[in-house]
Design a protein around this ligand. Structure first.
Ligand code: SAM
Ligand code: SF4
Length: 350
């Protein structure tokens, strides 16, 4: 097998501390971003994400917080500059702040540029101050509606007020909040323009996401799916959308909403291919490294880690996995087809 650890394009290496070679995949994409699902569990059951009666993983299968910290350290040593903690709901994992406390040392040393998280917001009133004090500067909060009844419907149990209080706590703690909303044909399509006005009015960017065929749920996702090309067309009857050049190496494309002055992102895996600039890989809570959200291939880093205390062995397994990063995903969303990828988003980490 080819050892891509020797690939060190000047452009990427410039400005990097000297040390082990950065992670470069076979398509010359530098892997600088790791998303980590710290649990598959959640206090909500969003209808497009999970089934009502989810079978969660036994706790013994999960990486411990120490193992998560060790793995993150290995990625950071190989040039990963951004970590996003996600899940499931990351803030319901027991002692999760212990992991944030450990990881924040990489911010202090300058090895890590950004430590962030994606959350449903239900625990933010409890944790916002400490997160901010540990150097978490920006967070994504997922919120699909501002209507309390619809919120309860979509999440099957949530209390909108708790989330709104959480967002207020995060902002008061000085963190920049971005709102992520999944566009749902019958549930929130009509509300999207008002949600944008609300988010932008509070100085929060917003991103719309297309439903992805990840994991089996009760509903047929074709009934939930709202192509963002359609949502965007509708928005243009109320707003002037000016494309922005911003690229994050991810699937979002951004516009400025002239009337509000705020930024709006579109994540369109099904109507737009976003893979050519992909800079990320994803770690599940059981230590499986997925090189692509939409493909099945993975590397078992938990097995490697538990077999050897030597970080060099673990780093070699990471380097080998990156050589398997595919060029792109092949999602399709078709009526009565099994989900394209059997893993729920909560397992791989959204
Ligand atoms: N629980 C946290 C939250 O909701 O923000 C973090 C994990 S959640 C899996 C991450 C993101 O994935 C959320 O914004 C959620 O709306 C989105 N998501 C979940 N299932 C999805 C699906 N099948 N298609 C598109 N987005 C999905
Ligand atoms: Fe939980 Fe997030 Fe999935 Fe909703 S989207 S069920 S909050 S993991």
């Amino acid at each position: 097998m080819r050892d891509d650890s020797s690939l060190t394009p000047q452009s990427f290496a410039a400005g990097m501390p000297s040390g082990p070679a950065p992670l470069i995949d076979p398509f010359q994409r530098a892997i600088s971003y790791l998303r980590i699902s710290v649990t598959d569990r959640c206090d909500l059951r969003c209808a497009y994400c999970m089934s009502e009666h989810m079978q969660f993983l036994p706790k013994r299968d999960l990486l411990t917080l120490e193992e998560l910290d060790r793995l993150c350290g290995v990625f950071i040593a190989r040039g990963v500059r951004k970590l996003r903690i996600t899940g499931g709901e990351p803030l319901v994992r027991r002692d999760i702040m212990h992991l944030f406390r450990r990881l924040s040392r990489h911010l202090d040393s300058g090895a890590l540029e950004e430590l962030t998280l994606t959350t449903n917001g239900t625990q933010l009133t409890r944790y916002a101050d400490e997160l901010a004090s540990l150097g978490v500067r920006r967070i994504n909060v997922s919120l699909d509606t501002l209507d309390p009844d619809k919120f309860r419907d979509i999440t099957r149990r949530g209390d909108l007020k708790v989330v709104l209080d959480g967002i207020a706590a995060a902002r008061a703690a000085g963190m920049k909040v971005k709102i992520n909303a999944v566009a749902l044909r019958d549930l929130n399509a009509d509300e999207i323009p008002d949600m944008i006005a609300w988010a932008h009015g509070l100085g929060m960017d917003m991103t719309l996401i297309e439903v992805m065929p990840l994991g089996e749920i009760e509903a047929d996702r074709t009934d939930q799916f709202l192509p963002l090309s359609v949502a965007r067309q509708r928005l243009e009857s109320r707003y002037t959308l000016t494309p922005l050049p911003d690229r994050t190496g991810g699937p979002a494309r951004y516009v400025r909403v002239e009337e509000t002055g705020g930024k709006l992102g579109f994540i369109t895996p099904l109507t737009h291919n976003f893979c050519e600039s992909c800079n990320r890989v994803r770690l599940t809570c059981t230590g499986q490294l997925y090189m692509c959200l939409g493909q099945e291939d993975s590397a078992d880093l938990r097995g490697v880690m538990r077999a050897s205390p030597d970080d060099a062995v673990l780093a070699a397994a990471v380097v080998e996995a990156i050589t398997r990063k595919p060029k792109g995903h092949d999602f399709v969303i078709e009526r009565q087809r099994p989900a394209a990828v059997p893993r729920h988003m909560s397992v791989t980490g959204g």
